[in-house]
Design a protein around this ligand. Structure first.
Ligand code: FES
Length: 154
């Protein structure tokens, strides 16, 4: 972790105004904000640890638990909402037995929602890691999850 943090810190001066971009970079490196990393960020920026934690918890996009192998983000934008995103989200929650913002115990799946994935014409959409899946239906979602499971066993 030290090596990765040093690399991140090398592009900053250690000013308190840099706190949010640093935290964003830490999250993109580790997939979440490990407590140890937040303590190091506090030292580097000379911002009190409690303040770093307060800032991080204020923004909904920061995570404090590790992310699963398959990061599922269901779009909750207007186009997706009116075309059935809540139903899609409900199916995924039920199938994986996790709620929004949670990761399955086996660390295979994390579930989140996003404002818009930029493919409104294909609504309802979801992304899994870097792939986007559009025109989702209950059947299609079940197939996608089944395929992921199959691949995971190989
Ligand atoms: S609202 Fe879902 S992709 Fe834009």
């Amino acid at each position: 972790m030290k090596k990765q943090l040093s690399k991140i810190f090398s592009s900053y001066k250690g000013k308190k105004e840099e706190l949010i971009p640093i935290l964003q970079q830490v999250q993109s490196e580790f997939g979440y904000l490990p407590e140890k990393a937040m303590l190091e960020v506090a030292k580097f920026t000379r911002v009190p640890e409690s303040r770093v934690y307060a800032v991080a918890t204020f923004y909904a996009h920061f995570r404090f638990t590790p992310i699963g192998k398959h990061h599922i983000c269901v779009c909750r934008g207007t186009a997706c909402h009116v075309r059935g995103a809540p139903k899609i989200l409900g199916i995924i929650k039920k199938r994986l037995a996790i709620d929004e913002g949670e990761t399955s115990k086996d660390m295979q799946y994390s579930l989140d929602t996003v404002a818009c994935v930029g493919a409104c014409g294909l609504a309802p959409n979801m992304t899994i890691n870097k792939d986007t899946y559009g025109r989702l239906t209950a059947k299609k979602v079940s197939e996608i999850l089944r395929n992921i499971r199959k691949k995971g066993r190989k």
